[in-house]
Design a protein around this ligand. Structure first.
Ligand SMILES: Nc1ncnc2c1ncn2[C@@H]1O[C@H](COP(=O)(O)OP(=O)(O)OP(=O)(O)O)[C@@H](O)[C@H]1O
Ligand SMILES: [Mg+2]
Length: 448
């Protein structure tokens, strides 16, 4: 009888090595296990990852801290899972690996698994946590979660401050969900998105005939949020006259709809958010101090992604795992240059931008390695972007767009452009003269 099946025994060691090398080139570090979970062979990349102690014949699970049963479950599921290596790495940390198995079979008979491995960037020494949709391994963030839990149980007004995409809306949602008002409505209104007139009637409602087009009574967000939570997003953009009205509502716990006379009592908990420093807005006369104190009974400051660099790669991996789960491309790792670029980027749009960048790269590229070439254009430009101090929507709405560019923004821009003032000014969208003047006002270095 002619022997055509490729039995392992029939495969020379050299042929096996070559097959594994080809497999690793497309699927990353790979080991082959037999039906009993013993190591049949390791690719060179897998050997480098697992260390010299792993050798053929050894039972695979013994290299990890989990039990044999846990490994079996993971292999059977053929989904991505995490394993931590029993042997600490040289720096003393346990190493976490992301693991995904492909079943091998001859006909109907299972013969083992090909197991693909990838290092995982969650730092095992810091605890990770998912809180109401927010993931982090940053200690300050986790402290904030505890504050949010406590604040949620009270009626205190909370002011959430953070750059675009840092999770302000998720925090507002969490405050509602964890509160006694959870069964009541959650209403959100963006104070930057509407004209003052429209905003007033959206907030406080109007009566029929109050203005052209007011064909019927409208309750407004305060009354729609009755018994629940009202989220005032971008609250710093509220015009001064509406600030006065809002303060009145908060003090009297009643609203008077536009065109109406009778105050209507409201029972609403306020959560507000802004990307600006309200205190500075107060100093500059853009925001009422008394309203600020009303709103920021509990201030919550969400750090930017730049300020918690340890979250960048793990979050990127989590977004990739979600994208992988949709089928299609299976990204298992980053090229080392992509990893570096992700870590060094300024992330002006924070976690939202990170998710968008992963989505972009996931569709742009092919194969299991996400490379730097698949990152959006801003990553491959010489100068990395600086944080722009204005959210795009308010930048176009505001006439004094430069008023918010502070000395810190300028310093950061100068760092990014290695002291080139003309380029720093371009990045910030201000003139060189303005940049120079700001530096002089701040008593900063007139020469860089
Ligand atoms: N820590 C986090 N973990 C997971 N996802 C996050 C985290 N922070 C933000 N996100 C994601 O980023 C997106 C933006 O979050 P969110 O809308 O709460 O930000 P924001 O601060 O309100 O932004 P903006 O100022 O632009 O309105 C959300 O879709 C959320 O999925
Ligand atoms: Mg938001």
């Amino acid at each position: 009888m002619k022997e055509t099946s490729l039995k392992t025994a029939a495969l020379t060691e050299e042929a096996l090595r070559q097959a594994l090398r080809a497999l690793e080139a497309v699927a990353g570090p790979t080991v082959l296990l037999d039906g009993q979970g013993r190591l049949l062979a390791l690719g060179a990349e897998a050997r480098a990852l697992l260390g010299p102690t792993s050798s053929p014949g050894q039972r695979f699970h013994e290299g990890f801290t989990g039990t044999e049963e846990e490994l079996r479950t993971l292999l059977r599921s053929q989904r991505e899972g995490l394993l931590s290596l029993g042997q600490p790495m040289r720096n003393g940390k346990l190493r976490l690996l992301r693991v995904r198995a492909t079943a091998l079979a001859e006909g109907n008979r299972s013969t083992g698994h090909a197991v693909h491995l990838a290092p995982c960037h969650v730092d095992p020494n810091s605890r990770e946590e998912t809180f109401q949709g927010l993931w982090t391994q940053d200690l300050r963030m986790r402290r904030l979660f505890r504050i949010i839990e406590k604040a949620a149980r009270t009626e205190a007004s909370v002011l959430v401050r953070g750059e675009s995409g840092t999770g302000k809306e998720l925090v507002a949602n969490a405050l509602h969900t964890l509160s006694a008002r959870a069964r009541g409505p959650f209403r959100a209104i963006n104070c930057a998105a509407l004209s003052p007139t429209l905003l007033e009637s959206e907030l406080f409602g109007h009566v029929r005939g109050a203005f052209t087009g007011a064909v019927r009574d409208s309750p407004g967000h305060f009354r729609l949020a009755q018994g629940g939570t009202l989220f005032l997003d971008e609250v710093a953009e509220l015009p001064l006259e509406l600030q006065a009205k809002l303060l009145r509502v908060l003090e009297t716990r009643t609203v008077i709809p536009v065109g109406g006379r009778e105050p209507v009592s409201v029972d609403v908990r306020i959560v507000a958010a802004t990307h600006r420093a309200l205190r500075r807005e107060v100093e500059q006369g853009h925001f009422r101090a008394d309203l600020m104190y009303r709103l920021r009974v509990v201030p919550i400051f969400l750090p930017s992604l730049r300020e918690r660099p340890g979250d960048i790669l793990p979050l990127a991996e989590r977004f990739l795992a979600e994208l992988n789960a949709r089928g299609g491309r299976q990204v298992l790792r980053f090229s080392s240059r992509a990893r570096r670029q992700l870590q060094e980027y300024a992330w002006p749009g924070n976690v939202r931008e990170l998710r968008n960048v992963m989505e972009y790269a996931h569709v742009m590229g092919e194969g299991p390695t996400l490379t730097e070439a698949e990152l959006p254009p801003e990553f491959n430009e010489q100068a990395r972007p600086v944080r722009l101090p204005l959210a795009p929507e308010s930048a176009s709405a505001s006439t004094g767009a430069t008023r918010d560019i502070g000395i810190e923004d300028i310093r950061r821009a100068l760092e990014q452009t290695r002291g080139n003032r003309a380029r720093a000014a371009t990045l910030l969208g201000i003139s060189r003269v303005t940049l120079w003047r700001r530096l002089r006002e701040a008593g900063g270095p007139s020469e860089h």
